[in-house]
Design a protein around this ligand. Structure first.
Ligand SMILES: [Zn+2]
Length: 326
């Protein structure tokens, strides 16, 4: 695994039982197996979105079994299976199922174009049948914990992590405690409403929320008719100084800037770190624009609040699941 910051060294407790760490996203499922000697292996596959509603859980189980086999161990020796996943979660009999807009096609319906009609994807019940110890958290909570332990939020009691990626996710910590909520869904600011734009249908079924307006998966849907078939093309044009592309990028930062301001206004945080593939590859373009959106608005709440790139860089997701099991 890449060492994200100079001097950063992940230490595993002596005698630690092997652990399997899984990151379920709308695009891929990533697995890391580690033990006291360190990282034993990493694998990733596109997220399964076809078949029965337990198909994703079966993919996770198969990946862990195959990973264990490649590490010359059986799944029975695993101490814990830690899973971070995009949400929201719903609880059925106390067990987590995913109602994730980027995975479950039955939520927003055919207009969203996902190849299934799942309203939820089973997760915890199949995993607990397969493994002795399972811990599942919203990926925003896992990423926040990783950033607090090893990244840009170390030593802070009031902070937030924001991912700007395929979707938009947030993890928040107030008074030294990561917020979870009744179903583990605290931090779904990506689904907060910010406009009435009819061209912005979110996978959650709502129109005009942050994720529908600015997430990686929203850009092709919204800007293809303007000549930008995906985020990469849009940002490339902005870098060439094209006024139409820069205007769109400013619009994206206007929306994300409001989300950041609202986090400061509601939670009184000291620092917000940002990661995710959209942000990470364009941070030189986006970070100054996001800071400008906060500007000097309501200084009593915003002055001195830092907006910084994630300390764990592109590896936040990998460390998020590790943070659950270490
Ligand atoms: Zn939404």
């Amino acid at each position: 695994m890449d060492q994200p910051t100079p001097g950063f060294q992940l230490r595993f407790p002596t005698g630690m039982a092997p652990v399997a760490c899984v990151d379920i996203g709308g695009t891929k499922v990533a697995l890391t197996i580690a033990d006291a000697s360190g990282i034993r292996g990493k694998w990733s596959e596109p997220t399964v979105k076809v078949g029965a509603s337990d198909a994703l859980a079966q993919q996770v189980i198969r990946m862990i079994e195959q990973g264990c086999a490649q590490c010359d161990m059986t799944k029975e020796v695993l101490g814990t299976v830690g899973v971070v996943s995009c949400g929201p979660f719903v609880l059925q009999g106390g067990m987590v199922e995913l109602a994730a807009p980027n995975i479950c096609g039955g939520i927003a319906g055919k207009a969203r174009g996902l190849p299934n009609d799942w309203t939820t994807a089973l997760l915890e019940v199949p995993l607990r049948r397969a493994f002795a110890n399972v811990r599942i958290e919203n990926d925003g909570v896992g990423a926040l914990e990783a950033e607090r332990r090893w990244g840009a939020l170390q030593g802070l009691d009031h902070c937030a992590y924001v991912t700007w990626s395929t979707g938009i996710g947030v993890g928040v910590c107030v008074d030294g405690r990561a917020l979870r909520g009744k179903n583990g869904n605290a931090g779904h600011w990506g689904h907060s409403f910010v406009s009435d734009d009819r061209d912005a249908l979110c996978g959650c079924g709502n129109t005009g929320d942050v994720e529908a307006l600015i997430a990686g998966n929203a850009m092709a849907r919204r800007f293809a008719s303007l000549g930008f078939s995906d985020a990469a093309q849009l940002f490339a044009a902005a870098r060439q100084g094209r006024a139409d592309a820069l205007e769109i990028v400013d619009g994206l930062c206007y929306v994300m800037g409001r989300l950041l301001f609202n986090l400061m206004a509601t939670l009184d945080v000291q620092r917000i770190s940002i990661g995710g593939s959209v942000f990470w590859h364009q941070q030189d373009l986006l970070l100054p624009r996001l800071r400008a959106q906060i500007g000097s608005k309501l200084p009593a709440l915003t002055s001195g609040v830092e907006i910084v790139p994630a300390g764990l860089g592109e590896s936040v997701g990998d460390y998020a699941a590790l943070a659950l099991v270490l």
